[in-house]
Design a protein around this ligand. Structure first.
Ligand code: NAD
Length: 483
């Protein structure tokens, strides 16, 4: 790894506790979202590198699975402390790679990884891997070598939430980070090294989906794939894994609704929705991208949302003042702008924002900025009501009665998250019980990182975080003893 002139070039994969040159000489540039300039690069490895990494993980497995939960926890805590020590470096890389504003880069993007390792350590230390059931013993064992493939929007967190819980359960791991935002995964590998994690327990191979992801998924030694990314890639991974009947855990896309019931405190509810949507500049799978509101209050909601969106400062993520940074890549910017154009073309009402560039300084003209945009009168068949945009774009949908609101909320192939707001908690809970989603916020309730994270329907399979995430990485064995 070479760090010079404000760039970070990753030249090797981290395999078996050492940095190994990849089999190819090809690399992918990594761009600074604020300026569009190259800020680093990473190898585009291939199947031969996957082969080496899986072999290293397999070699490490026997030793690691026999380390007690209590001793594994010591390693996990050492990693958490090293992550803390590298916090500022990671935060600055994420702000540039992904465009996450200063608060999020230094907040959830980099603190959740520390919490993942600490929580996984707590669980490994106390978990009952063996329990009695009548005459049988129920034993929970690691699955084996796990492949972890991740998206770019929370580049460190997505890697660590898989790695921490997988190794806490006694598995060994091969990580393939996103080729769009690979840099923190290299710093993470250094963290593992400094923390003294035994060689081969976590390996990192840099590259793209077809050349590294697919060979990893298809490898016969890899017993489980934990994937975060698009539903499109998740389907492909499911197909490949099915050929060898390997377990898959899939964290995929979302189009999450916020239902505002007629008796809700409207300003508070709209603010909650807008603030949630704008976290990480809208580059979130679980953001409330559809606001479902009573038809006779549509004008009021439009005005509230427009005021809140248009007063946010858009600008480089390096400045503490800016609330909305750029998107992660030119491709993502083009994609979001094209959705805004499609929304206009299909007849949605553009309330604020639009496809034009926001005002920028000379220095940031090459950055991937878009205007925070609100659409209203969005109907269920419109593209912007159905497809994931992954940017600061809100779609407001109107309902006639509560039945209609529930129908609209569930009228999506996704089922990741949802929210309900009402003046009456019991009513909100009753409506929440009818919405098909893995996570539902009631009256502004927030996330607890120990609670399960994951979706219904095409948002995925399985759960991450806490005990639920930990148990995904375990096999269950019934040992039959004589009575
Ligand atoms: P993506 O699916 O394009 O890529 C994700 C990862 O999969 C990358 O590492 C990529 O190289 C790899 N990949 C792509 N095709 C592959 C294949 N055929 N085989 C194996 N690996 C393959 O997604 P993205 O653009 O990086 O991320 C955005 C998506 O991630 C959005 O859909 C978002 O909703 C989703 N996401 C979901 C969650 C969640 O927890 N549910 C969290 C973050 C992001």
């Amino acid at each position: 790894m070479n760090a010079a002139d404000n760039r970070l070039d990753i030249t090797h994969n981290y395999i078996g506790g050492v940095w190994i040159a990849p089999s190819t000489a090809t690399t992918a540039d990594v761009f600074d979202s604020n300026t569009g300039e190259v800020m680093g690069s990473a190898p585009l490895s291939d199947g031969r590198d996957v082969e080496r990494a899986v072999a290293a993980a397999e070699n490490a497995l026997e030793g690691w699975r026999n380390v007690s939960g209590r001793d594994r926890a010591q390693y996990l805590r050492a990693i958490a402390r090293e992550l803390e020590a590298r916090h500022d470096q990671m935060a600055s890389l994420i702000a540039r790679e992904v465009g996450a504003n200063a608060a999020i880069s230094a907040g959830s993007q980099t603190l959740t990884p520390v919490m993942s390792f600490d929580i996984a350590a707590d669980i490994a230390e106390t978990y009952a891997f063996t329990e009695s059931l009548g005459d049988n013993l129920i034993v929970r064992e690691p699955i084996g070598v796990v492949g972890a493939i991740t998206a770019w929007n929370f580049p460190l967190h997505l890697v660590t939430v898989k790695a921490a819980f997988a190794i806490a359960a006694g598995n060994t791991v091969v990580v393939k980070p996103s080729e769009v935002a690979p840099l923190t995964a290299a710093v993470f590998a250094e963290v593992l090294h400094t923390a003294g994690l035994p060689a081969g327990v976590i390996n990192v191979v840099f590259g793209n989906g077809p050349d590294v992801g697919e060979p990893l998924v298809a490898h016969p030694t890899v017993r489980m794939i934990s994937f975060t990314g698009s539903t499109r890639a998740g389907r492909r991974i499911g197909e490949l894994a099915a050929q060898k009947v390997a377990k898959v855990a899939l964290e995929l896309g979302g189009k999450s609704p916020l239902v505002i019931l007629p008796d809700a405190p409207f300003e508070e509810a709209v603010r909650f929705g807008v603030e949630d949507l704008l976290l990480n500049n809208g580059q979130r799978c679980d953001g409330y991208t559809r606001m479902i509101v009573p038809r006779d209050r549509l004008g009021e909601v439009e005005k509230l949302a427009a005021d809140m969106m248009s007063t946010r400062r858009v600008g480089p993520s390096s400045s503490e003042q800016n609330e909305i940074g750029p998107l992660a890549s030119q491709a993502q910017k083009d994609r979001v702008r094209s959705y805004i154009e499609t929304g206009i073309h299909e007849g949605a009402k553009l309330v604020v924002g639009g496809p034009e560039d926001p005002e920028l300084t000379e220095e940031n003209r090459g950055g991937y900025f878009v205007r925070p945009t609100v659409f209203s009168e969005v109907t269920p068949e419109m593209t912007i009501a159905r497809e994931e945009i992954f940017g600061p774009v809100l779609s407001i949908q109107a309902y006639d009665d509560v039945e209609d609101a529930v129908r609209l909320a569930n009228d999506t192939e996704y089922g990741l998250a949802a929210a309900v707001y009402s003046g009456d908690r019991d009513w909100a809970l009753a409506v929440a019980s009818r919405i098909e989603a893995g996570m539902i916020s009631v009256n502004g309730g927030g996330m607890d990182i120990r609670a399960p994270f994951g979706g219904y329907k095409q948002s995925g399979l399985g759960r991450e975080f806490g005990h639920f995430g930990f148990e995904e990485f375990l096999e269950v064995k019934a040992v039959r003893l004589p009575a």
